[in-house]
Write a protein that binds this ligand. Sequence first.
Ligand code: CP
Ligand code: NVA
Length: 308
Amino acid sequence: MIKPYKLSNKHFLSNIDLSKDEVIFLLKLAKSFKNTDLEFNFKNKVLGLIFDKSSTRTRVSFQVAMQRLGGTTIELNPNTSQIGRGELIKDTARVLNRYCDALAIRTFKHTTLEEYAKWSSKPIINALTDTEHPCQALADFLTIQEEFGDFNNAILTFIGDSNNVANSLILCGAILGVEVRIACPKGYSPNPQVIQKAKEINKSDKLLKIFNDPNTAVKGANVLYTDVWSSMGEESKKEVKDKDFNGYTIDQNLINQANKDAIVLHCLPAYRGKEISENVMESEKSRIFEQAENRMHVQQALLSCLLS
Ligand code: CP
Ligand code: NVA
């Protein structure tokens, strides 16, 4: 029987905190959690949730994952705790890690998360920052593996904004050796630091490709992925970005140019008619809701290792 083990890093702030073997192991463990009732007794274990931004999937999937492991969660609303009144992270972290066994944090700046990790003796989990969404990427690659059996022939084209979700796909793709293509308008290319990190992880220059033309980017691809054009915190940029991303919708026309076996992913929430058409969203190509379900299974696997 597959058993969780202690990961090499205490925290999970980024996919690059995991080795390739650890990613593969977590996906396998997630699959076991999905298919079987692995017995767990995390009776007195508590996961604290700090969400500075909205969430449906991440919040609930962490709550249910922890419950399935026999543990509990406690939600710290920043507005009703002292966090929202400016208590220092170094004080908050050192108090909370005396009550909680791990903290999952969704916030704006990645440096905020790093500050928690610096002061916390218990695992800190990235539940999304402006720059990365690593739990999402684990669920995405599990969904791809379920579809194709392995990653050998997978080519993932992300169409849209080079945001937190795209960054995590780039990094996790580099770890797994999967070709990731980003199709974005000029001026919206991925963060050079993320590109640099991906290149350090995987020297092959065939793995990460940047395109401005989505039609070219989907040729030969069997995973088409998109996310909102304006992320949380970018509300003031929405009007400009809606114009700039015109032509970057995953619609039937784009699907027709990809591989015949191509599937469509979206981390959700989706804006139909913007980054994805209603037809594609509801088509047989979509694995979007399987992908959403997989959030829970990978997080159950992640928690079982981080708390072991
Ligand atoms: N995909 C995702 O993280 O969704 P939520 O914002 O609802 O958590
Ligand atoms: N890029 C999106 C992802 C939401 C899950 C955002 O940050 O709002």
